[in-house]
Design a protein around this ligand. Sequence first.
Ligand code: ADP
Ligand code: MG
Length: 340
Amino acid sequence: MNNQIKLLDNSTINKIAAGEVIERPASVIKELIENSIDALSSFITIEIKDGGKNYIRVTDNGIGISPKYIELAFLRHSTSKINGVDDLQSLSTLGFRGEALPSIASVSQLELITRTKDNIGGVRISINGGQIIEKNEIGCPIGTTIILKNLFFNVPVRQKFLKSDAAEASNVSDIVYKLALGNPGIKFKFIKDNKVILNTPGNEDIKSTAYSLLGKEFVSSMFDIEYSGDDIKINGLVCKPSFTRGNRNHQYTYVNGRYIKNEDITEIIEDLYKTLIPINRFPVYIIYINISPELIDVNVHPTKTEIRFSNKEALKKILSNAIKSTFFNNTLIPTVTLPT
Ligand code: ADP
Ligand code: MG
């Protein structure tokens, strides 16, 4: 270091920023799928080879990108999802920072093919380490396909930190499963090394989606929960006390379609099960919370897996009552008959 301060060039800025959100193939997949969900797709196909290190493809049938905006999509802080900070209050999309595409493009060899319904043809653009190398018209269906090769080819330090193909593939699977489970209205197909690993029905139905992802025993071991209020709706599945796990890997919470981790929610649910299940066992659950965007803040963490609720206490009460009434309906909470 010396004492000459200078502004870094764009390609360096993008590569450094990529470090925040793009750590491994699974983080690329998360960002690409979230973009496909935001684009209102009803069918998303994810394909990886070699754990995603050498090949990643995400294809959707969403709204596509207009030819005039394609270059802009790869510029840092350019987004179609918000106009200003006020829009964060009513955010209905998973993305809003405009960082994923430029970050991903700066550390890989990428090809994007896209078409909107207003164009009879599509556009294909190739980008190598952040540099556009080719752009042409192409015939293609409405929607977007992104193909990525050689992730981190120009950032050897990152490449070195990647784990085995099998370990990276398992991280990717985990993300795909979580996003598929969180979006039962979207059909997901996941192909790993030329084999189809999963197919969800995309029919909005939680049980058949959970069946396709987690199996028959899982679904038949769950109770439904449901609550509907003015600005909050909760539904989902919570386990019968006989169906617990030795870890928390099957605890899924979604808020407005976003997979989140929230200790308060875990605590409320685990408390309710405390007297029903053995020590060191954990309940299994899938909880979907649909809440007015004004009542949450998602701009807390770069990966957006943590959110803040403006009225935590009210949420706790509602969730706890919803589960208690399911327990009650299934006679897990004994009723006391008073002598007349
Ligand atoms: P963000 O999602 O935060 O807006 P991204 O860098 O992920 O930022 O994407 C930049 C923009 O590119 C998006 O705002 C969107 O307009 C467009 N885009 C990206 N992926 C898709 C897609 N699969 N379908 C349609 N538009 C997309
Ligand atoms: Mg995005």
